[in-house]
Design a protein around this ligand. Structure first.
Ligand SMILES: NC(=O)C1=CN([C@@H]2O[C@H](COP(=O)(O)OP(=O)(O)OC[C@H]3O[C@@H](n4cnc5c(N)ncnc54)[C@H](OP(=O)(O)O)[C@@H]3O)[C@@H](O)[C@H]2O)C=CC1
Ligand SMILES: O=C(O)CCC(=O)C(=O)O
Length: 448
């Protein structure tokens, strides 16, 4: 879809020129600017205040050397990033991705998405993202610890409980957060909530581990019900087998669905009897093995190489929970042909623009990532509140708050889409609603 509004079209051209080598960032900005066309018509005051130009330029981008020593005594050097995108509505907030594909463009697209996502949660959090091209796969515990300590040795001077609060993302789980927290504490000589996703023994929140996957299902459930459907008795495919995927499967099954497939970056398993989640948890969370090992103990299941083949498995509901652009146009068409009527995104930007066009053209219920996967960062916000108040809420308390937040996000996306004449287009609703809160704050705070 080409931008019709000349002002936004010119702005997008500038973004493309300035960030020419960052296709993921351009993709994320293009989608949002397309959704914001009706806002430009209605809100000339925001154009006057230069909000749109400022929204697409990060407040600060940090890049740094991360030297560490491997188990052979050899010095290794990785590149670290933190993009502090927007502090309009609160301290920068967003995860840290450790994956060999990480470069500035990936961190910028994730930081940009995070600004609008965090706004949708209604909690006071700005947007940021960090990471490194470090590959945790195959590394020993000692190597992971030395890397995390070195990463934090530079990052610590840029973050703080009221400045910037990182968390986990791909490749960064409880173990990595623990090592980073320990190093921060040692360098800063203070025990404050500068990271979320912490262990329960040192300031973490109950439900944070489950939050993104559970939140995805709470959002999807309310979206389905608003359209006369539910998870009950439905066949579901969930890509990935990491943190988001595992807890999305757990909650979808609890809500009555049958999940028949999961994947990792090497391939996917299909278990027509329903995935045995206890086995996946043991393989992935405890033993850190590959998903293909599942079939060794489940003869009724099959394994195939190549992660995108998972979308050829017939399903009613697809929950992409692995990585960006994992569903392209061809995969989206296969999903629709096989009867899939709902795609709800646990991963960040897992659908290409062409795939989204296929969903919208075929009336697929589409839950966009920045709304559907906001439960993780929302619960991080709840962890920050508990840390500030120096108390801990029960599992039930946090879970209920998470559920309320996800239901409100859906309501906000739904009502905003209707108000702008795009009923049922939750992507437009999410982009506009997320933007408006940030935009009002930016306007109120002047040209900064
Ligand atoms: N953790 C959180 O709270 C939140 C995460 N997200 C998003 O959810 C997604 C998953 O994150 P999370 O579960 O935390 O990460 P994990 O590292 O726990 O798991 C990632 C999963 O995705 C797979 N994967 C990663 N890269 C690729 C790739 N290029 N192709 C195919 N599969 C891949 C991994 O397989 P393998 O093991 O082979 O690499 C693994 O199964 C990401 O997009 C993340 O940004 C969004 C909101 C919050
Ligand atoms: O919990 C957080 O702060 C970050 C979660 C995250 O990285 C995301 O929402 O993509």
């Amino acid at each position: 879809m080409a931008l019709k509004n000349e002002y936004l079209s010119n702005l997008l051209e500038t973004v493309k020129k300035r960030n020419a080598a960052e296709p993921e960032f351009i993709q994320a900005v293009t989608e949002v600017l397309e959704s914001l066309e009706p806002v430009v018509e209605k809100r000339p005051d925001l154009v006057e205040a230069g909000v749109f130009e400022r929204l697409v330029e990060p407040e600060r981008q940090l890049m740094f050397r991360v030297p560490w020593v491997d188990d052979q005594g050899k010095v290794q050097v990785n590149r670290g990033f933190r993009v502090q995108f927007s502090s309009a509505i609160g301290p920068y907030k967003g995860g840290i991705r450790l994956h060999p594909s990480v470069y500035l463009g990936i961190i910028k697209f994730l930081g940009f998405e995070q600004v609008l996502k965090n706004s949708l949660t209604t909690l006071p959090m700005g947007g940021g993202k960090g990471g490194s091209d470090f590959d945790p796969k195959g590394k020993s515990d000692g190597e992971i610890m030395r890397f995390c300590q070195s990463f934090m040795t530079e990052l610590y001077r840029h973050i703080g409980a009221d400045t910037d609060v990182p968390a986990g993302d791909i490749g960064t789980g409880a173990r990595e957060v623990g090592y980073m927290y320990g190093q921060y504490k040692r360098l800063a000589n203070e025990f404050t909530g500068i990271l979320t996703g912490k262990g329960l023994t040192y300031g973490g929140s109950l439900v944070r581990t489950e939050a993104t996957g559970y939140g995805l299902c709470y959002f999807t459930d309310v979206m389905l019900k608003a359209n006369g459907k539910s998870f009950e008795g439905q066949t579901v495919v969930v890509s990935g087998s990491g943190n988001v995927s595992i807890y999305a499967v757990e909650k979808a099954v609890e809500m009555g669905a049958k999940v028949v497939a999961m994947s990792d970056s090497n391939g996917y398993i299909h278990d027509p009897n329903g995935i045995d989640l206890a086995c996946v948890k043991q393989l992935k969370e405890v033993e850190r093995r590959r998903i293909k090992d599942y079939v060794d103990t489940h003869p009724g299941a099959t394994y195939k190489e190549g992660s995108t083949g998972i979308w050829t498995i017939p399903c009613d509901i697809a929950l992409p929970c692995a990585t960006q652009n994992e569903i392209d146009k061809a995969s989206a068409e296969i999903l629709v042909k096989n009867g899939c009527y709902c795609v709800s995104e646990g991963a960040n930007m897992p659908s290409t623009p062409e795939a989204i066009e296929v969903y919208l053209a075929n009336g697929v219920l589409y839950g966009p990532a920045k709304a559907a996967n906001a439960g993780g960062v929302a619960t991080s916000g709840l962890e920050m509140s508990q840390n500030s108040a120096r108390l801990s809420w029960t599992f039930e308390e946090v879970d209920q708050k998470l559920k309320n937040i996800m239901h409100n996000i859906f309501k906000n996306c739904d009502e905003t889409a209707k108000a702008y004449g795009m009923e049922g287009n939750y992507m437009a609703g999410a982009n506009i609603a997320g933007f408006l809160k940030v935009a009002e704050a930016m306007k109120a705070q002047g040209c900064v």
